[in-house]
Design a protein around this ligand. Structure first.
Ligand code: FCB
Length: 496
């Protein structure tokens, strides 16, 4: 998206949520945390694990901040029992993690018993401490061997994913109730195959639309296969990342159309096939040149619309968007540019010229606007148009923020002025949506601990627990201590 100048006047959405009230969450509401395999595990080539696309991408000069990689990460592979003990100390009732396909089925060949055993031990450790495991089967780390056969642009990868998913399900279904097929397919298609920002770092819109369809197909095939052997207690779902796109000038038809395009390209392109068994007509038109429709075969959409039991909602921020700038800004294709010399392209396939304006809102260290009321609107909209009609609940599977943490001599970070406030505000927004009828059953903060933030490497810290990467010490931040109290009491205390 093209960057537009900051809007001069404070945006009405800047109005904060009232933090003077104490809020009660229902007893069954889940308070937990989330991580992902590649971001924390390390042990990249131990006990049979082979390259994923992220291992390979990290070796591309300029792909990741200062050449950081996942070889050690937060060393969770070797520290797993202590990390679970830490979650128990914080009183978290749910832990969302992902399994590494490249560890469980290196090269997508045969099952690696040692790889699978790591997750089996993790699940036992969690259950032993009264923490419910929430397993995500794919958080972006495709075996590199499959990328060499075209990755998600190759339809066959959807079938490979379903096979892997079923194998993991069969091994762990006796102890894991909550299953997510994919994390944020928008990122693993558009940001990865068109934007060039994520592995495999391609800038090809045709590949990106193919990847989006094949990810959806993989989700549907895996869900159908798992359902056949699931019990009634198993909950199967998918996690999508959402934006809330508002037109810069609601009276300008061009800006309104820009908001429609962004909503289509981020949200509805995944929601509609899953919940309604069809792609939205306008999105098919917007992406016609890249050829989205060409990839739909036979009963694909029926497969994709396999019923799910829960929708995972990841929300970080929304966007204020404007119509195509006229004439196009000369550097518009550089907006998502790497400052490290690699090719980049807009990931908004078919709507590359939509612009973004900044509001008078605070921003995180990622540069993302802090917009909690967007979460309230998002949850209400999902409830009304998607999850409500399908009769299923939502869980916030990720929300959180990176800030430039400053640790004291003991490694303690007082993030009460930023990360803690961010989480507080988003929990308040969630509560408001619930009061208005949104069926939200839990909140999983991103992230349990600092970790490998993809192309930003270890430069951005999202943890409520600090990781000292020199010693691998874990030091709970102020936000972790506060979150532990919230989880224990199911109450959000008044802040001032
Ligand atoms: C989400 C990813 C997660 C993390 C957060 C900050 O898009 O799912 O792995 O990087 O953003």
């Amino acid at each position: 998206m093209t960057e537009l100048p900051t809007t001069g006047t404070p945006h009405p959405l800047a109005a904060g949520l009232d933090s003077t009230r104490t809020l009660e969450f229902p007893p069954g509401f889940r308070f937990g945390s989330a991580t992902a395999a590649f971001q924390i595990e390390g042990a990249a080539h131990e006990e049979g694990r082979e390259d994923s696309i992220w291992d390979a991408f990290c070796r591309v000069p300029g792909a990741v901040f200062e050449g950081h990689d996942g070889s050690v990460a937060a060393d969770h592979y070797h520290r797993m029992p202590q990390d679970v003990a830490l979650m128990a100390e914080l009183g978290l009732d749910t832990y969302r993690f992902s399994t590494s396909w490249a560890r469980i089925k290196p090269g997508d060949r045969t099952l690696n018993p040692k790889g699978l055993d790591f997750y089996s031990r993790l699940v036992d450790e969690l259950l032993g401490r009264g923490i419910a495991p929430w397993l995500t089967l794919y958080h972006w780390d495709l075996p590199q061997a499959l990328q060499e056969r075209g990755g998600w642009a190759n339809r066959d990868t959807a079938y490979r994913f379903a096979d892997y998913a079923l194998e993991v399900f069969e091994h762990l279904k006796d102890r894991v109730t909550d299953w997510t097929t994919l994390n944020e397919p928008w990122c693993s298609s558009f940001l990865s195959y068109a934007g060039g920002e994520h592995a495999p770092g391609h800038t090809n819109p045709e590949e990106a639309v193919a990847a989006a369809h094949h990810l959806l197909l993989g989700h549907g095939l895996a869900t159908g296969a798992m359902r056949e052997v699931a019990d009634k207690d198993h909950r199967l779902g998918i996690t999508l990342n959402f934006t809330v796109a508002d037109p810069a000038n609601p009276a300008d038809a061009v800006d309104v159309d820009a908001a429609r395009r962004i909503d289509g390209a981020f949200n509805r392109i995944f929601l509609d096939p899953i919940f309604r068994g069809q792609y939205p007509t306008d999105v098919l038109e917007d992406m016609a040149e890249a050829g989205l429709e060409r990839h739909i075969r036979g009963n694909d959409l029926e497969v994709i619309a396999a019923p799910i039991d829960v929708l995972g909602v990841n929300y970080y921020n929304g966007e204020l968007v404007a119509g195509p700038t006229t004439p196009p800004a000369p550097d518009e294709s550089l907006v998502f540019a790497s400052d490290r010399g690699l090719p980049r392209r807009s990931p908004i396939v078919g709507s590359e010229r939509v612009g973004r304006a900044w509001r008078d809102l605070p921003r995180t260290a990622m540069g993302w606007e802090v917009q909690p009321e967007g979460l309230e609107r998002l949850l209400l909209r999902l409830q009304e148009h998607y999850t409500g009609p399908a009769g299923i609940p939502m869980v916030i599977t990720e929300n959180g923020a990176a800030y430039d943490d400053v640790a004291d001599e003991s490694g303690f970070v007082d993030d009460s002025g930023d990360r803690l406030s961010f989480i507080d505000a988003h929990l308040r927004a969630t509560h408001r949506a619930m009061e208005q009828g949104a069926d939200v059953r839990g909140y999983l903060v991103w992230s349990l601990m600092d970790n490998f933030e993809w192309s930003f490497g270890y430069d951005k810290r999202f943890g409520i627990v600090r990781v000292d990467y020199d010693t691998q010490a874990r030091i709970p931040k102020a936000s972790a201590k506060w979150y532990a109290q919230v989880a224990a009491s199911h109450r959000l205390p008044a802040r001032r």
